[in-house]
Design a protein around this ligand. Structure first.
Ligand code: GLN
Length: 303
């Protein structure tokens, strides 16, 4: 496994900057454009890494996976699903158009509108949603060094006109129960969590293990909800590139504009890749290519 990951890192680390870094989050341009990390965490508890597998990066929308898991874990009555749908959007992650057409009910929990509702939902139940997601990630990965990058959060908040517009739309339709400013603050805080591929691969393992964090560890989610999150990752995790990612990689995955992607091979392992250059849909160029080669070489796929 180590040799395979070394191979992938050598083949996919960019030799010159590829793609683009989003202008909407000024802080992300500080990342090394030639960075590349990859880690695999197995259901048996082994973790392998190559390249910059231990370099922390901004997890951005990958945090939406963990906010959703926390929300579902505390929602036996499925109240969340009356406020968010489970359909791919086919539009950009920060698009406003469907929100008006669908009366303030976001298409899925991974586009920004849906994630803002999930954050609001967590705030109602747990108070501090940013801290709750951070504590959840620390617990799952066993790594206390994971932090919120406060400068990145402040920079994103100051540049959040688009998300503010989405939040006001939601509020106007009665689908935010906390003040817009508070929801945005909690949302950017969980998006600005910085952690490494190795820690993220470990944190996502409950999705490969049917909801259980470690072989002898606690159940994080019901097996049904773990299956459902994997399904939503497959159909919505890469936004309007979900079809292309399913075609090329064949795994549930969740991307973030920090350049990370977390993919799940149910029953076997999780894979986390990071490289900051993004394609036009906001997904890591080198990360997607590396995952496509990994699944082609190993045969790991849900299909
Ligand atoms: N924090 C980012 C935003 O709200 C997350 C987007 C992403 O990673 N796709 O725009």
């Amino acid at each position: 496994m180590e040799a395979l990951l070394e191979d992938l890192a050598a083949a996919h680390r960019p030799s010159s900057p590829v793609g683009r870094i989003p202008a909407s989050i000024p802080h992300l341009s500080a990342a090394d454009p030639l960075g590349f990390g990859i880690a695999v965490a197995t259901v048996e508890g082994e973790v392998f890494g190559a390249g910059d597998a231990d370099v922390p990066f901004s997890i951005q929308s990958i945090s939406k996976l963990f906010s959703l898991a926390l929300a579902l874990a505390g929602d036996p009555g499925e109240a969340l699903w009356r406020r968010v749908l489970r359909e791919p959007s086919g539009t950009a992650f920060n698009s406003l158009v469907q929100l008006e057409a669908e009366s303030g009910i976001p298409r899925n929990p991974f586009i920004n509108a849906g994630a803002l509702v999930v954050t609001d939902f967590l705030m109602e139940r747990l108070g501090d949603a940013g801290e709750a997601v951070l504590a959840f990630l620390r617990g799952l990965s066993g790594s206390a060094r994971i932090t919120v990058d406060g400068d990145a959060a402040a920079a994103e908040l100051a540049a959040s006109s688009r998300n503010r517009a989405l939040a006001h739309f939601l509020a106007d339709f009665g689908n935010l129960h906390n003040p817009v400013d508070a929801v945005l603050t909690h949302y950017v805080r969980h998006c600005s969590i910085a952690m490494s591929c190795r820690d993220l691969a470990r944190a996502g393992l409950f999705l490969a293990r049917g909801g259980v964090a470690s072989p002898d560890g606690p159940r994080v989610l019901s097996a049904d909800n773990a299956k459902r999150i994997n399904s939503i990752m497959l159909t919505c995790g890469m936004y309007d590139a979900a079809g292309e990612f399913a075609y090329r990689v064949g795994l549930p995955g969740k991307s973030g504009v920090g350049g990370g992607i977390l993919a799940v091979v149910p029953g076997r392992c999780t894979v986390c890749v990071w490289s900051p250059g993004l394609d036009a849909k906001g997904n890591s160029v080198a990360g997607t290519a590396a995952l496509a080669e990994l699944t082609a070489r190993t045969g790991w796929s849900v299909f």
